[in-house]
Every structure is written in C-alpha cells, then in structure tokens.
Design a protein around this ligand. Structure first.
Ligand SMILES: [Zn+2]
Length: 184
C-alpha cells in the first residue's frame, strides 16, 4: 500500500462529517462540484497531484484538498456507476453493496492515480538505463485485485488522467492566449 492509499483510506474510513474543519472544506468543495464539468475539478486534481513538488509534503500541507478531492471524486464515481449500471439493484442489500463498491473504486482509483508507482523502477519507467519491463516504461504500478472491480478502477484511473490532461491543455491554451495578448 502506497502513501496515498493509506491516507485516502484513513480519510474515507474515519467519520469526519461533523467536525468544523470538514465544514470549511465543504464550501470549497461545493464550488468545485458546481464546476466539475469544467475547469474547477481539473484544477483541483492538478493542485493535489503536483502541489508542492513532493508527494509527502503535499499530503502534509494539502490534506484538506486531498480529502475534498476524494469526496468530489466519490460523488462522481457514484454518478458514473449508477449511470453505467455497474450493479443491478434488486433490493436494499444490492443498494448497499453498490454504494460500497463505488466508494472502493473511487478510493482505489484516486490512490493509484496519485502515487501508484511501479515498484521496480520507482515510477521512473527506466531500470538500468533500459525501459522497465514490468511496467513497460509507463512507471505505473499494477492495480491489484481482479475481475469487475479492478476493471472499474482502471476505467476511473483513465478518467482522472483524461480530466487532468484536459485541464492542462486548457491551462496551456490560456497561457498562450495571455502571452499573445501581452506581445501585441
Ligand atoms: Zn517500472
């Protein structure tokens, strides 16, 4: 289990619903949720992933962002899971099982996306000046488990990557725009 795994797991499993800190983060998150289709969520992803250069520093100083990100992401995964009918809901028990599945998928995909590094090359993609064999140079670790849940985790990891790339492209576009304006 990587650092993000452990951190997110503790966030997800402890009941933070009533503390004040949580309410403060809620306001921030509400703003981001309102804008999940647009720049807000991508910006938050980028901030959490790259905030202070190093991941450990980021977790210490940006844990509120990360907790918020997990909440927003869980809400999105629940939405997707329902939309795509990951679980056929026949009775109340199915509903609970579905809810638990959505939460696990959200937590595991976010943790993997944040620091799911390949243990052989420590995420560099290279080993002994060659392309790392286990990860084929991607630097990403394997998503554990198997079957349906693992597939959904992988889906959600690529969604996160897509959201971040869209955000980066938008940000780069804005930067270029600003530069041109500056020059003219
Ligand atoms: Zn590797």
């Amino acid at each position: 289990m990587g650092f993000a795994d452990r951190y997110l797991h503790s966030v997800n499993s402890s009941n933070l619903l009533d503390d004040e800190h949580h309410h403060a983060t809620d306001a921030l998150c509400a703003a981001a949720v309102a804008d999940t289709a647009g720049a807000g969520f991508g910006a938050l992803l980028s901030r959490v992933k790259y905030a202070d250069g190093t991941q450990h520093k980021m977790f210490e100083s940006g844990s509120a962002n990360l907790a918020g990100l997990l909440r927003i992401w869980t809400a999105r995964v629940i939405e997707k899971g329902r939309e795509r009918k990951w679980v056929k809901i026949g009775n109340a028990w199915d509903g609970q099982a579905a809810e638990a599945l959505y939460r696990r998928v959200a937590e595991r995909s976010l943790a993997h996306w944040l620091d799911g590094k390949c243990p052989t090359c420590a995420g560099t993609g290279n080993k002994d000046r060659r392309i790392c064999t286990p990860c084929k140079g991607t630097g990403r670790g394997e998503v554990g488990g198997q079957g349906f849940e693992r597939e959904r985790v992988l889906d959600m990891v690529s969604e996160l990557e897509g959201l971040l790339q869209a955000h980066n492209a938008r940000a780069a576009g804005m930067l270029r725009g600003a530069w041109h304006t500056h020059l003219s």
